[in-house]
Design a protein around this ligand. Structure first.
Ligand code: HEC
Length: 129
């Protein structure tokens, strides 16, 4: 689907991209769910609706195995904490737009150090009132 390398980033802009030939890591599968959740959350906000609860398995982010064992880095763990904090804000249900945008900025922070490929996808998730 999406790739971490910027070489493949242009390719992944096309809807027609063939499935990648490697097996997706636990982390990649979770990231794909995070993209879907974020898209749905953004469209809920645009329609003035509630975002709803964050899927419980997102809170396992720090334990998921990534392709290059990124989950073992202290820096990864610290940035994951920030993202999980934003999710808790969304789950509390007040100031959802604020916590939603904070969660997307947490995606960008981590992706600017770890995995630049999906940045174009992530940038489209920003919500503006
Ligand atoms: C704490 C760091 C971190 C945060 C926060 C984070 N990511 Fe990721 N993301 C990664 C890493 C590391 C990978 C590579 C996983 C692998 O290759 O195993 C990845 C992979 C991805 C991928 C590629 C998945 C695939 O198909 O291989 C997408 C898309 C993605 N992230 C989107 C997001 C979005 C959207 C958010 C916020 C809602 C987000 N990420 C938040 C670290 C992060």
């Amino acid at each position: 689907m999406y790739s971490c390398s910027s070489r493949d980033a242009a390719k992944s802009n096309s809807e027609e991209t063939e499935p990648e030939m490697y097996e997706a890591s636990e982390m990649s599968l979770l990231m794909r769910d995070m993209v879907e959740f974020s898209k749905a959350a953004k469209s809920a906000l645009e329609q003035g609706k509630e975002i709803g609860s964050v899927p419980a398995h997102f809170y396992d982010l720090k334990k998921k195995k990534a392709t290059r064992d990124e989950q073992e880095d202290e820096a990864f763990q610290a940035m994951a904490d920030q993202y999980l904090k934003s999710l808790k804000g969304i789950d509390r249900g007040d100031s959802s737009a604020y916590y939603y945008n904070l969660s997307i900025s947490n995606c960008k922070t981590c992706h600017s150090s770890y995995c630049g490929g999906p940045m174009a996808v992530i940038s489209k998730l920003d919500y503006t009132e």
